[in-house]
Design a binder for this molecule. Structure first.
Ligand SMILES: CC(C)(COP(=O)(O)OP(=O)(O)OC[C@H]1O[C@@H](n2cnc3c(N)ncnc32)[C@H](O)[C@@H]1OP(=O)(O)O)[C@@H](O)C(=O)NCCC(=O)NCCS
Length: 155
C-alpha cells in the first residue's frame, strides 16, 4: 500500500534549558517495537508484546507514532478500506507524557490521512468521550458490537 508518506508535526517548547520536539510519524520505518509495546502496556495498564503491537500496526491502514525528543511516547492506528469507512483504535500516550497535547496531535495527524467523506468509528469510555468530541465525534445511535467486555455491552 502506498499510503504512508511521512508527515511530521513539530512543536517547540523553548525554555532557558532545553528545546523539546514532538514529532508525529506516519511511516513504520525503524520503529522500536519493544518501546512501543512498553508505551501501550503503561498507558493501558496491561501487557502488550512487541510482536502483537507490530502486527497490529503493520496491518493497519493508517498509523501515527509520537516521538518526544526522539523517544516513542504514544501511538494510534486505524483500519480502513480507504474509501468509505474507517475505525480508529489504540490512541495512547505514555502516562509520563500525558496532558502535553500529544494525544491531540496524534488524532489530528491520523484524521488528516482520511478524506472528509469517510465515516469514522471509534469506541471510547465515557471519561474519554470529551476528548473525541473535540475532534467532532458524537455518540452513535446505530452502532452494535461483538467481542467486547460484558460490562461494555447493553443487554
Ligand atoms: C486519552 C489519552 C490518549 C490523551 O492523551 P493526552 O496526550 O494526555 O491528551 P492531550 O494532552 O492531547 O489532550 C487532548 C485534549 O483532551 C483533553 N483531555 C486530556 N485528557 C483528558 C481526560 N482524561 N478527560 C477529559 N479531557 C481530557 C485535554 O484537555 C485536551 O483538550 P484541549 O486540547 O482542548 O486542551 C491519554 O490520556 C491516554 O493514553 N490514556 C490511556 C489510554 C486510553 O485510555 N486511551 C483512550 C482509548 S479510548
Amino acid at each position: 500500500m502506498e499510503k504512508k508518506t511521512s508527515v511530521s508535526l513539530c512543536v517547540f517548547f523553548v525554555s532557558s534549558v532545553a528545546t523539546t520536539m514532538l514529532e508525529i510519524k506516519t511511516d513504520l520505518e525503524n520503529v522500536d517495537w519493544e518501546r512501543l509495546a512498553q508505551v501501550y502496556a503503561a498507558a493501558f495498564n496491561g501487557i502488550q508484546t512487541p510482536d502483537l503491537i507490530e502486527t497490529v500496526f503493520r496491518r493497519s491502514y493508517a498509523t501515527c507514532i509520537a516521538f518526544w525528543n526522539g523517544c516513542i511516547v504514544g501511538g494510534v492506528y486505524a483500519f480502513s478500506d480507504g474509501v468509505l469507512d474507517a475505525t480508529i483504535h489504540g490512541l495512547c500516550v505514555h502516562p509520563d507524557f500525558q496532558k502535553l497535547g500529544i494525544g491531540r496531535a496524534l488524532m489530528a495527524s491520523l484524521l488528516e490521512q482520511f478524506g472528509p467523506e469517510i465515516a469514522v468509528l471509534l469506541t471510547a469510555e465515557a471519561a474519554h468521550q470529551p476528548i473525541y468530541r473535540k475532534f467532532g465525534f458524537r455518540p452513535l445511535k446505530t452502532a452494535m458490537a461483538k467481542g467486547f467486555p460484558a460490562e461494555d455491552m447493553e443487554a
